[in-house]
Structures are given as structure tokens and as C-alpha cells.
Design a protein around this ligand. Structure first.
Ligand code: FES
Length: 174
């Protein structure tokens, strides 16, 4: 056995020890910097749905069996974006007994705006773009272009006031 081999100590070499130490220290420091950055970047995506607040649209007694148009502003945050002053929104609201229905005016065919009893159609919502029709509760009429009911706004009643929240899609349709 040579003298050089005799001098070699068992276990890890100094070079390998330094390499591991530097690599693990660098990795630790990098994760401390990168993790908050990644968390900040993807945080809005981790939120469930969009953050839409409920908006007061008036005394609940003002609404009845005939759909009434209300305009309001919703403050919604989509990811990182929130429009200053909120977005303008419209709902057709009707109340039958204790049940309230707040319908979106956006046609489910290609997105035009429906109007209550428009185009001379009694007791129906009418879409002027392609002649779409919906019943009073927003269900699409078979034989017309839309293939799904109008979306509805979530709602709640607080202190005699009607508050509208996020839009919800209804299933079904004719
Ligand atoms: S967009 Fe309403 S019927 Fe086509």
C-alpha cells in the first residue's frame, strides 16, 4: 500500500463536504426567496371562484309578480383585476310569494340582451337578435335559439332590502 493511500481518511472528502454544504445552503436560501414570490403570483388563482359582494338593489316590497328591471354596480375581483367603481349590471327581478327570482338579461344563445315583453311577446322575455324567447321564470322556450335558461343572481333579504350577489348558471333547459 502506498503512503498516499494510507493518508486518505475514511468517509467524505473535504471537497465533497463543501459541495454539499454550499448546495444545501443555496437551496435553502433560494426557497426562502422563491416561495413567497410564487405564492404571491398564484394567490388569486387559489381563491375559490370570484369575489363578488352582495349589492343592495332596493326594498324587497318593490318587487312583485311582474319582472322589474334593476341596474346596479357589482364589485367583482377576477384574479388580479378589479374594475374601478365596479361593473354595471342589470337584473330582471320578480317575486312570487316568498320566492324571488333575479334573472340575468344576457341571452344564453349568443349573449344579446333580452327584454321583458319585447317584440310584442306577452308574458315572455324576448331576445331581438335571433328571436329567442324565455318564459317569465327565465326558462328558454323550445323551438327558439337559446338552449338553456337565463342565469340567476344569488340573493338575500336583509332588513327588508333585497341584495343581489354572484351569477349562477342553471342546468336543464328545453
Ligand atoms: S342571441 Fe338571443 S337569440 Fe340569439
Amino acid at each position: 500500500m502506498s503512503e498516499k493511500e494510507n493518508q486518505r481518511k475514511p468517509g467524505m472528502s473535504r471537497r465533497r463536504f463543501l459541495t454539499y454544504t454550499i448546495a444545501s445552503t443555496g437551496g435553502f436560501l433560494a426557497s426562502g426567496v422563491l416561495f413567497p414570490m410564487i405564492r404571491f403570483a398564484v394567490d388569486p388563482l387559489l381563491q375559490k371562484g370570484t369575489d363578488t359582494k352582495f349589492v343592495d338593489v332596493g326594498p324587497v316590497d318593490e318587487f312583485g309578480e311582474s319582472p322589474k328591471k334593476v341596474e346596479f354596480r357589482i364589485h367583482r375581483k377576477d384574479g388580479w383585476y378589479q374594475k374601478e367603481g365596479g361593473e354595471k349590471a342589470t337584473a330582471w327581478v320578480l317575486k312570487e310569494g316568498s320566492k324571488i327570482l333575479a334573472l340575468s338579461p344576457i341571452c344564453k344563445h349568443l349573449g344579446c340582451t333580452v327584454k321583458w315583453e319585447g317584440g310584442g311577446f306577452q308574458d315572455q322575455f324576448y331576445c331581438p337578435c335571433h328571436g329567442g324567447l324565455y318564459t317569465k321564470d327565465g326558462v328558454n322556450v323550445p323551438g327558439t335559439p337559446p338552449n338553456a335558461p337565463l342565469d340567476t343572481y344569488a340573493y338575500k333579504v336583509e332588513g327588508g332590502r333585497l341584495l343581489l350577489g354572484p351569477l349562477e348558471t342553471r342546468g336543464g333547459g328545453a
